[in-house]
Design a protein around this ligand. Structure first.
Ligand code: HEM
Ligand code: HEM
Length: 167
């Protein structure tokens, strides 16, 4: 293990791009549901329906592709989780959360695609379950990062945010 305690510029940019893209998927959830219902009932899609389905499916594909690239970057530039300050069970929890994000986002892309392109209905059920699981994970992870920054006042958030090195 090297002594780098901070993610690279590219890793940090991609992390926040993913946060924005995932937020868009949630913001568009209601128009996406209504567009899918129109599609399933053979109602002609409006311009808005078309826009929403295109943004959701391509946004999802972009999330999948960026997460593959991030996996590769993480493998290329190993950075200690928690800027090396997290120990024992906390480090294991933080690390498991990160891997759960990779797994869950790939799962969302897979179930969304199976439903949209192959009309596999049970995939829609799992897409919806994944949506809640992902939301829970984001809350725990985001809250933990904010607690580290404002309560513990350590370098965990600056490992992923801003341009100043943590130490
Ligand atoms: C869609 C939402 C989010 C996803 C999918 C996500 C995913 C990830 C992943 C996979 C990592 C591990 C680093 C890597 O492999 O490149 C990470 C690290 C990190 N994230 Fe997030 N994140 C999200 C939202 C947030 C939010 C809202 C915050 C802050 C409020 C945040 C703060 C951090 C910090 C500080 C790290 C570095 C932690 C460490 O390695 O010790 N993330 N995130
Ligand atoms: C990480 C990526 C993704 C996230 C976070 C995400 C999230 C969501 C959310 C929050 C909904 C709201 C509706 C519901 O409760 O089911 C939804 C619906 C939907 N998504 Fe995704 N999605 C992602 C990727 C994809 C991809 C790649 C596709 C297809 C290529 C897709 C296809 C769909 C479809 C067809 C629906 C409508 C389901 C229905 O009929 O209720 N999603 N998605």
């Amino acid at each position: 293990m090297n002594n780098i305690t901070r993610y690279s510029d590219l890793q940090r940019k991609l992390h926040w791009i993913i946060v924005l893209l995932v937020a868009c998927q949630y913001i568009l959830q209601s128009p996406m549901r209504s567009a899918m219902s129109n599609l399933q009932h053979n109602v002609t899609l409006s311009g808005l329906d078309f826009l929403v389905t295109t943004v959701h499916t391509w946004g999802g594909a972009a999330i999948g592709a960026i997460m593959v690239y991030r996996l590769w970057l993480r493998w290329q530039n190993p950075v200690p989780v928690g800027a090396g300050e997290l120990k024992g069970v906390w480090r294991v929890i933080a690390q498991s959360t990160h891997w759960a994000f990779y797994g869950l986002l790939f799962f969302m892309v897979a179930t969304g695609s199976l439903h949209y392109y192959f009309e596999w209905r049970s995939a829609a059920y799992w897409h919806e379950k994944g949506e809640w699981l992902l939301l829970g994970l984001i809350l725990v992870h985001g809250l933990a990062a904010l607690l580290h920054h404002f309560y513990k006042k350590d370098a965990v958030l600056s490992q992923m945010w801003g341009s100043r090195p943590p130490h």
